[in-house]
Design a protein around this ligand. Structure first.
Ligand SMILES: CC(C)(COP(=O)(O)OP(=O)(O)OC[C@H]1O[C@@H](n2cnc3c(N)ncnc32)[C@H](O)[C@@H]1OP(=O)(O)O)[C@@H](O)C(=O)NCCC(=O)NCCS
Length: 218
């Protein structure tokens, strides 16, 4: 279902369970050598998704290990993003001549744990969530906002290579179009002489999951 919120330039793969028999490269094994089973399973299936997505772009299997601040290191000429949550793992990649960056996030479609919303949403964002909940009470808008911000961070980081806090971005969700905008409240990096001021993304609620995706055209 992830392809529903990605442009044609992106190659994606998703999994709803952990298939047996996925082999990791030694560099990947080293990353999770001491990880608990849950982490090992999500890491491994995400690598299977990454290799399948990369294969669609014509790339051979390669190790995908975390680099600076956890950002995945892709083969030269590739941008991409990984996500995993209970019951879901996904990867989307693209050639960097097609897309500048990708940010992907998946969350269970449920209310955020107590106290989290206050930490991740501004008073203005919370007001907009209240209006969304009144109009469409079946959707956990607080979680959609959280997921959108996680996607923002993953799209932002490869471009800026620095931290971005939840308070540094203002997200507005459009319930009619399945899109959202993320306005940067801090100065963004320059992309070809133009300063990045924000992102637009798409969101999807289906099968008990919330999935958000951001792509920036090259
Ligand atoms: C890094 C972070 C975004 C991951 O999100 P998450 O919902 O916890 O976990 P997900 O399963 O969806 O994503 C995990 C994947 O994110 C990717 N990731 C981790 N750090 C990253 C970074 N700095 N840049 C891009 N991608 C990153 C990795 O591929 C990771 O998978 P892996 O460990 O198997 O390689 C989150 O833990 C975090 O640190 N958030 C704080 C920063 C933030 O969100 N700011 C809001 C800005 S509006």
């Amino acid at each position: 279902m992830i392809e529903l919120i990605l442009p044609a330039e992106a190659a994606a793969e998703e999994a709803f369970s952990d298939p047996p028999g996925v082999t990791l490269f030694p560099e990947e094994e080293a990353v999770i050598a001491r990880a608990v089973d849950k982490r090992r399973r999500e890491f491994t299936t995400a690598r299977a998704c990454a290799r399948a997505a990369l294969a669609r772009l014509g790339f051979p299997p390669v190790p995908i290990v975390p680099g600076l601040r956890g950002a995945p290191q892709w083969p030269a000429g590739v941008v991409g993003s990984l996500t995993h949550c209970a019951g879901y793992r996904a990867c989307a990649v693209a050639r960097d001549q097609d897309l500048r960056t990708i940010g992907l996030d998946a969350e269970p479609h449920g209310k955020l744990p107590g106290g989290v919303l206050a930490a991740v949403a501004s008073p203005g964002e919370r007001e907009r969530l209240t209006a969304l909940a009144a109009a469409q009470p079946g959707t956990h808008w607080d979680r959609v906002l959280f997921s959108a911000k996680e996607s923002v961070y993953k799209a932002w980081f490869p471009l800026a290579r620095r931290w971005l806090g939840f308070e540094d971005v203002s997200v507005t969700i459009d319930p009619a179009t399945g899109t959202f905008t993320a306005r940067l409240l801090v100065e963004g990096p320059r992309l070809d002489a133009v300063i990045l001021t924000g992102f637009t993304g798409r969101w999807l609620v289906a099968g008990g999951l919330i999935i958000t995706a951001i792509t920036v055209p090259a």
